[in-house]
Ligand binder design. Structure first.
Ligand code: PMV
Length: 332
């Protein structure tokens, strides 16, 4: 009997960003990061072990995967097979509700869903921490999407001498903080430079990189306090400066990496105007031109309307905190 193992995971948006690795093969970040998992844009991934196939078959958003996306998925399956002590090929079908590779965290939901589905398909019995470590090997941000709500990803927790064991995410209990995140998709196209390549270039050439990592450590401590207090203005200010600082490190790379577009800047200006008008609204951007605006849920309709007017033609979606990655198994 063939068994389909289907997993669902949601993207997360970092309030304290991960940018840059100290080990590319093991995907170990240079610094800790902190995020909110969303309730929109799920990835649904089905994995079936296919002993009769000679090679993995991978379908991404309805089409046969090719090139780097396929290579990253098959390398991840190799890792799962190694952990499980198995060798059969797999059939993988993965669908993103969000444009892939547009800086909307599709790799986070993608590898979290793949870790859950492939882990189950090959019979790995992983606790959430181990699952998070496994997802990290696909994409470090995916370690956080294993958990719902807020999560912190440690670059090195220091529980062992083994770098792999020390890097994982865990949930962060934030009972008094339930914000909205208004997402302005100003451009849904794929990014010009992959985050992997951009990170490498930033770490190797940007004179602003290590000062930002240092500042990020201070930001993380302040962020934990602000979240505990449920203080949206403090959380927003820290998140905005952390994200702008990350983009500054890229702008100072040689050659510069610039993900921000004129539409991004127009949305950032509209966020400043909202604040001048007394609305608590704060922006964050990832490896792409799209802007996510943190605000009180009651202000979300006004924030959405403002950013839509600032970047006509963009899709605007309001997210709240969402669930962790999980399994939906079907028998055929
Ligand atoms: O995990 P990756 O390779 O998709 O890196 C993404 C990093 C950022 O989205 C820019 C920041 C973050 O912490 O999610």
């Amino acid at each position: 009997m063939a068994v389909d193992h289907t997993a669902v995971a949601h993207p997360n948006i970092a309030l304290i960003k991960y940018w840059g690795k100290r080990d590319e093969k093991l995907v170990i970040p240079n610094a800790d990061s902190l995020s909110m998992t969303l309730d929109v844009f799920p990835t649904v991934t089905t994995v079936r072990v296919s002993p009769d196939e000679r090679a993995d078959r991978v379908t991404l958003d309805g089409a046969a995967a090719e090139g780097e996306p396929r290579q990253r998925i098959t390398a991840f399956l190799d890792l799962v097979r190694e952990l499980a002590g198995r060798s059969e090929a797999a059939t993988v079908d993965t669908r993103n509700a969000v444009p892939t590779g547009a800086g909307l965290a599709s790799s986070a939901s993608g590898f979290a869903a793949l870790a859950v589905a492939a882990g189950a398909a090959y019979g790995l019995d992983l606790d959430p921490t181990a699952l998070s470590r496994l997802a990290r090997r696909g994409s470090a941000s995916a370690a956080r999407s294993v958990f719902g709500g807020f999560a912190i990803c440690y670059a090195s927790r220091g529980i062992s001498a083994d770098a792999d064991l020390n890097a994982y995410a865990e949930p962060l209990s934030v009972p008094d903080f339930d914000p909205a995140l208004v997402i302005a998709v100003v451009n849904a196209g794929p990014k010009p430079v992959s985050s992997r390549a951009a990170m490498r270039l930033t770490v190797e050439t940007s004179p602003l990189y290590w000062p930002w990592v240092q500042a990020s450590r201070t930001d993380l401590a302040a962020m934990r306090t602000a979240l505990r207090r449920g203080d949206l203005d403090e959380v927003g200010e820290i998140a905005e400066r952390n994200a702008l600082g990350m983009h500054a490190t890229m702008l100072a790379a040689r050659p510069a990496v610039r993900y921000l577009s004129p539409a991004t800047v127009a949305v950032l200006d509209s966020v400043l105007l909202l604040r001048a008008d007394g609305v608590s609204a704060y922006a964050t951007m990832d490896a792409g031109p799209n802007v996510k605006v943190l605000c009180h849920p009651a202000d979300a309709p006004r924030v959405a309307e403002t950013v839509r007017a600032a970047a006509p033609g963009s899709a605007v979606v309001t997210a709240r905190r969402g669930p962790g990655a999980g399994l939906r198994t079907r028998y055929q």
